[in-house]
Design a protein around this ligand. Structure first.
Ligand code: PDD
Length: 279
């Protein structure tokens, strides 16, 4: 019998089950999950798993669509139906389906899937000989130069920015170094010199960033790709963001402090005109 699955209330076969393309779990990694071991047809430590699920969901401010009792009966029911003695149950909840935007969409309904798969218990040889491991640096997820769909931290940052009445979050590392926006790159202008953080793995190599640098050079502005500190941003004459969707966008308020004169500055304006010219 093929493995069964439960997807947003519908039963189906695991091999052919589908979730919508616009599900935020797929587009942003915006979801949480649990894997529960089944021994002799019964889930092990189910309440521990459900407690952790609740903590995880609350950590990303996701509403679990069922009560604890509702989840338990769903999981027990599917384990029964699957009929496996030794199995694992996989449960995933995402923020649901909406047009693509980083911040939480209004009125979105969480998505939920559950499936039960047969499991061959480890044993025999692994126990006879033990297993080999290797050590690796724990750099989860420090590879910001990779345009990965693991965007949950960016999603949470954008949401916090929106809740504070801001358009974007500028991300600052523990040492006060500015990296980039949650979905954009950051530039400042000070005394006619343009500065933006370097491509050192802490930021995405934005395509718009590259064009902004090119037009700046063409317009004969001195350009420096070097470390930007939060205090440099605060003391800048102008700050702007770049991205495919924002193009070049002036920043005039940083937290509650005004940047420069509080309106789009002359360098930002001239670079934007030059950028439009390239387009
Ligand atoms: N984001 N940094 C991050 C983390 C981004 O997600 C993006 C773009 C950029 C700017 O890159 P580019 O200039 O190539 O668009 C920088 C896109 C627009 C998004 O996720 O919607």
């Amino acid at each position: 019998m093929p493995d069964i699955t439960w997807v947003n209330g519908k039963m189906g076969e695991l091999a052919t089950a589908q979730v919508p393309l616009l599900d935020r779990g797929y587009l942003f990694g915006d979801g949480v999950y649990e894997v529960i071991r089944v021994y002799r047809g019964r889930p092990f430590a189910l309440s521990d798993h459900l407690e952790r699920l609740e903590r995880s969901a609350s950590g990303i401010r996701l509403q679990i669509p069922l009560s604890r009792a509702g989840l338990e009966s769903l999981i027990l029911g599917l384990i029964d139906q699957a009929g496996y003695s030794e199995a694992s149950a996989y449960l995933q909840i995402t923020r649901g389906v909406s047009t693509r935007q980083h911040a939480f969409p209004a009125d979105v309904k969480p998505g939920m899937i559950l499936f039960v798969s047969a499991l061959v218990p480890l044993g025999g040889e692994q126990w006879e000989r033990g297993i080999k491991v290797v050590t690796l640096p724990d750099d989860r997820w420090a590879h910001c130069h990779i345009k990965s769909v693991n965007l949950l931290p960016n999603v949470l940052a954008k949401q916090r920015a929106h809740e504070q009445g801001a358009y974007e979050a500028v991300l600052v590392r523990e040492n006060g170094r500015v990296s980039e926006g949650s979905s954009s790159n950051v530039f400042l202008v000070k005394d006619g010199v343009l500065k933006t953080p370097p491509l050192d793995g802490h930021i995405l190599a934005g395509v718009t960033r590259k064009f902004a640098l090119a037009v700046a050079q063409k317009e004969a502005y001195p350009v420096r790709e070097e470390e930007v500190l939060l205090r440099d941003l605060r003391q800048a004459d102008e700050v702007f963001l770049t991205s495919t969707t924002m193009e070049l966008l002036p920043v005039t308020l940083l937290d509650e402090a005004r940047i420069g004169t509080g309106v789009a500055g002359p360098v930002t304006r001239s670079l934007y005109q030059a950028f439009r010219g390239v387009i």
